[in-house]
Design a protein around this ligand. Structure first.
Ligand code: IPM
Ligand code: MN
Length: 322
């Protein structure tokens, strides 16, 4: 069976790392069929939409999406909405899996991806002098994200840390915490504990090896996953999966569009390639995914995108001859 993959390079170095990941995937000779689609701020400036209908239709009929990056402006631009957030919402990709590894550190952040402070409920009052964001937490979303975290932990070191700020956010994180512990009862083989998010940040830096799976709400997961990436070689190796109840799942490097280095051919393609490895695993190519993951980790990036890609492809090929 052929798997259909939609590639969305997006903005900035997305245009460099997604073709790099494609080249590596093609070396594996798997039954994958690639399509390219447009999204991003550049597309918005040309077509007036950051996520054209055509792109959504292509994604809807795909098994997976490999997404590069988009640059989102810091200020409000009328009509613009981040296409990655739109894709997560549209396909209900509620679980954002962000693994990092280095030496003794092996942490998976499981970030809720559809609500919290990203619910889109922001407004101003008082003639623009007061700004309000609603932090939406539902039992349904808390339940399903905790379930994913527990299932992941069962394949790992069987330890989940629930991260929240329920001492202050008594209603929202109170609900998240309560539901998470309820779900934990269905997984008696797991050790489950909890940390306040500030303490979790401290412990991540002080003693990252203590963590296995971290499960948390949207913004806390956004921030903590960057901290975890920073501890393990930076964003150059930080991959992620956005998964919902059905296809397409979406895979993307955690780094952004990096306008400062765009067009120089120096971007580290490994986070995109590791995201492609997560995609292969999700599509059922477990052995190829593990091999690609291992080779990518063993290949240093010395500052030339093309050179790193060729080194990874060469290792994949010599490996398959062996
Ligand atoms: C990420 C990014 C996005 C997010 C941005 C680009 C909207 O930071 O995937 O971590 O905040 O989720
Ligand atoms: Mn982020």
């Amino acid at each position: 069976m052929t798997h259909i993959i939609t590639l969305i390079p997006g903005d900035g170095i997305g245009q460099e790392v997604i073709p790099a990941a494609r080249a590596v995937l093609e070396t594996l000779n798997l039954p994958l069929q690639f399509r390219e689609a447009k999204a991003g701020f550049g597309v918005f400036q040309t077509y007036g939409t950051a996520l054209p209908d055509e792109t959504l239709e292509q994604c809807a009929t795909s098994d997976a999406i490999l997404f590069g990056a988009t640059s989102s402006p810091m200020t409000k631009v009328t009509g613009y909405y981040s296409p990655i957030l739109a894709l997560r919402q549209h396909f209900d990709l509620f679980a954002n899996l962000r693994p990092v590894r280095a030496d003794a550190i092996d942490v998976l952040t499981v970030r809720e991806n559809t609500e919290g402070l990203y619910s889109g409920r922001e407004r101003t009052e008082d003639d623009g002098q007061t700004a309000i964001a609603e932090r939406v937490i539902t039992a349904r979303a808390s339940e399903r994200i905790m379930r994913v975290a527990c299932e992941q932990a069962m394949r790992r070191r069987r330890y989940v840390t629930i991260v929240h700020k329920a001492n202050v956010l008594k209603e929202t994180d109170g609900l998240f915490r309560r539901v998470a512990f309820e779900v934990a009862r269905d997984f008696p083989a797991l050790t489950v504990d909890e940390l306040l998010v500030d303490v979790a940040a401290l412990k991540l830096v002080e003693d990252p090896a203590r963590f296995d799976v971290i499960v948390t709400t949207n913004v806390f997961g956004d921030i903590l996953s960057d901290v975890a990436a920073g501890l393990t070689g930076g964003l150059g190796l930080a991959a992620s999966a956005n998964i919902g109840g059905q296809p397409p799942a979406l895979f993307e490097p955690v780094h952004g569009s990096a306008p400062d280095i765009t067009g120089q051919g120096i971007a580290d393609p490994r986070a995109a390639i590791l995201s492609a490895a997560m995609m292969l695993d999700h599509l059922g190519y477990a052995a190829e995914a593990a091999r690609l993951h291992q080779i990518t980790y063993q290949t240093p990036h010395t500052g030339d995108t093309q050179y790193t890609v060729e080194a990874i492809c060469a290792r994949l090929e010599s490996d398959s001859d062996a």
